[in-house]
Ligand binder design. Structure first.
Ligand code: PRX
Length: 655
């Protein structure tokens, strides 16, 4: 299987450094008996059911799992509420414990105890009810990293309204597409959020979006940027958060919902078509996020836990809100950029708040490496005891740096593999048990079964070859469907290898059985840990009006993991100038969001195609990577590739 990550993958496979849990760690870890794997494997339903007992149920389930491939229902007959499990049940013994420690970009601090958070959530749930929302109605949320964001999530969950959070970096078009697909009735946003000292105009973007969303009845606006944001409120439609909260009652009993009640929709990129609305339901999701948070991070009652993700992505949903709060953890939230006001902001936060668990992305670690060790060295990081990574393969070099300069060799690193679709961590070390190898996510979590198969769906033995990463049995936090598109759910994930879930990732099992993840093998890119479909970027390029045809591929990038390279055929009469290149980059950023901005645009008179007119992406990847060209015998016009390659070489690595 050829992929653009092959070279860094070869480095990983040659990795022979092994790190057992640091001295003393295993003895204090809440899970330290390797028997747990065999136990869970023997009866995975029994394993999950046992741990489901530690959630609070209004009514216990009748059946642990109903599995009619590929349709899963967990804990049917049970009645439960996610907001209740994250808040109410902690009030008696953890009411005065900090639930959220929030730090704004300018250094402001706000904290909420579990009692205070509960009151805010109840009030806002009553606000949502007051706007006419009923159980089952969808709520769209487009905010920055402020405490009101988890409050909005937990308030929606409390009254059984599935939330659809749209990352604040997305464009108005991306927002309106997602609102329309979910047919959300209410949009919650803020006047503006802060990033590197500048205002991100969320309300202005929301106004643009809402022009195209007939389902939206009200827009609730949180005041955060104040005078720094230029906004207008539309009478009748737009309402201030603080006005609505003024008289809201803090009494709002949590709805008793079915285990399978839809908790949220989160849109993610696929290979073709519009983004997919990944549907998660309540009980199973809550169970697996809770248990993985507890075991993977060895979470203890006095930990200060910081996941640096944005709640706009699944990592924030599962490991800032539901997983940690179901455990009654103290969660740190930071609003802004890691280099504001200086490049030591993260380490300054770790020191001041005595953060004990840090969960971040390989792309951030590589950025910190580039900035240099002087920044972490300015601070006392001795409070840290567990380090995590997620979102993309971590190269052994970055792993070693994280271990040495952040963990000082005493904090285990948990490299966690999972996806928006899986809802929770699936392949990961357990820090008190697993010997880690830099760059490997190691082994499936107890109760999870993975495999690597070849093109024909045949299992590949450890050490033999790379193949397709699959999951063999249902798991509680699995997504249940794609919103409004069950056929796509079946087609995309369950048809390639019948009976198994296909992850879209390539991987290889090392000789010892550990999983080494290569990355996506479909037309999905992973830029800084964010998924972007090649198709979305291609459509945005064509949408500019200047482009006849475009093909987008990923190239290796030392910081962002992958970067976007776009091969573009312009319409007759449009010239491939530097201005045109900038214009197209800008258009994509405006159309989708800055994360989708191509790093390179290569103009070409034609795109390499097979005789059946399929674009040969493999060749384009080779061209963009400057690699020796692969087999061109099936190419309709082989000259096209050579021309592309020449052009690319002339551009060098120019952006
Ligand atoms: O390719 C894998 C990569 O991220 C993809 C999932 O992206 P998303 O749904 O946006 O969720 C990201 C956060 C959970 C996967 O298909 N990925 C995620 N974690 C890892 C990873 N690749 C290698 N190692 C990881 N630890």
């Amino acid at each position: 299987m050829a992929t653009e990550a092959q070279s860094s993958f070869d480095i990983l496979l040659a990795e022979d450094r092994v790190y057992p849990p640091p001295p003393g760690f295993a003895a204090q870890a809440s899970v330290n008996d390797p028997q747990i794997y065999a136990e869970a494997d023997k009866d995975f339903e029994g394993f999950w059911a046992k741990h489901a007992e530690s959630l609070d149920w209004f009514q216990k389930w009748d059946t642990v799992l109903e599995w009619d491939v590929p349709w899963a229902k967990w804990f049917t007959g049970g009645k439960i509420n996610a907001s209740y499990n994250c808040l109410d049940r902690h009030l008696a013994d953890k009411g005065t414990k900090q639930a959220i420690i929030w730090e704004g970009e300018f250094g402001e601090q706000k904290t909420y105890t579990y009692t205070e958070l509960h009151a805010e959530v109840c009030k806002f749930a009553n606000v949502l009810k007051g706007l006419g929302l009923q159980t089952g109605d969808r709520v769209a949320i487009y905010m920055g990293m402020v405490p009101e964001l988890p409050i909005a999530l937990l308030a929606s969950a409390r009254i059984g309204c599935p939330h659809s959070v749209v990352f604040g970096g997305f464009s108005p078009d991306s927002l309106s597409d997602r609102i329309n697909d979910a047919e959300a009735k209410v949009l919650i946003t803020q006047d503006g959020s802060f990033r590197r000292g500048s205002v991100v105009p969320l309300k202005q973007n929301a106004d643009e979006a809402v022009k195209k969303t007939p389902s939206i009845e009200h827009v609730v606006v949180l005041r955060r940027a104040g005078d720094k944001a230029q906004i207008q409120m539309q009478e009748g439609r737009d309402l201030w958060w603080h006005d609505l909260m003024k008289d809201a009652s803090p009494d709002c009993p949590a709805e008793q919902l079915d285990s399978e009640h839809m908790l949220y929709i989160l849109y993610t990129s696929g290979t073709t078509g519009k983004p997919k609305g990944i549907v998660h339901t309540t009980a199973g999701y809550l169970l697996q996020t809770m248990l993985t948070t507890k075991w993977v991070f060895d979470l203890k009652d006095d930990d200060i836990y910081w996941c640096t993700a944005d709640i706009g992505w699944v990592t924030g949903h599962s490991y800032i809100v539901y997983g940690p709060m179901a455990n009654g953890a103290t969660c740190l939230m930071y609003e802004g950029a890691p280099d504001y006001p200086d490049k030591d902001r993260f380490w300054d936060i770790v020191q001041r708040h005595k953060v004990t668990i840090l969960y971040t992305a390989p792309t951030s670690i590589r950025t910190f490496m580039k900035w240099g060790t002087e920044y972490p060295e300015r601070h006392d990081l001795s409070s840290l005891r567990v380090l995590g990574t997620v979102g993309e393969p971590i190269n052994p070099e970055a792993w070693m740096w994280y271990n040495q300069y952040i963990g000082h060799g005493k904090s285990p690193i948990v490299d966690t593999w999972w996806q928006t679709e899986t809802g929770a961590i699936m392949i990961t070390p357990l820090p008190g048990i697993t010997e880690t190898i830099p760059g490997s996510a190691t082994v499936p979590f107890p109760g999870i079964s993975a495999s690597i198969v070849d093109e024909n769906g045949k299992d590949i033995e450890p050490g033999a070859a790379a193949g397709y990463l699959c999951l063999n049995r249902p798991w509680p936090s699995m997504f249940r469907t794609i919103f409004n598109d069950p056929d796509r759910y079946v087609q995309t994930y369950w048809s390639k290898f019948p009976g198994r879930y296909f992850t879209g990732d390539g991987a290889k099992q090392m000789n010892n059985g550990y999983y080494a993840i290569i990355g996506r093998v479909d037309d999905v890119l992973n830029v800084s840990g964010h998924r972007i479909g090649t198709w979305e970027v291609e459509s945005a390029l064509v949408d500019s009006g200047d482009v006849a045809e475009a093909a987008v591929v990923g190239t290796e990038d030392v910081i962002t993991g992958q970067a976007i390279a776009a091969f573009v055929t312009l319409k007759t009469g449009i010239e491939g100038t530097e201005d045109e290149r900038q214009k197209l980059k800008q258009h994509v950023a405006k159309k989708i969001g800055a994360i989708a901005r191509p790093k390179q645009i290569i103009f070409t008179a034609d795109l390499p195609k097979t005789r059946s007119a399929k674009i040969m992406r493999r060749l384009l990847r080779d061209v963009a990577a400057g690699r020796v060209l692969g087999d061109t015998t099936t190419l309709a016009d082989p000259a096209v590739v050579n021309e592309l390659k020449e052009q690319y070489e002339q551009m060098g690595a120019a952006e």
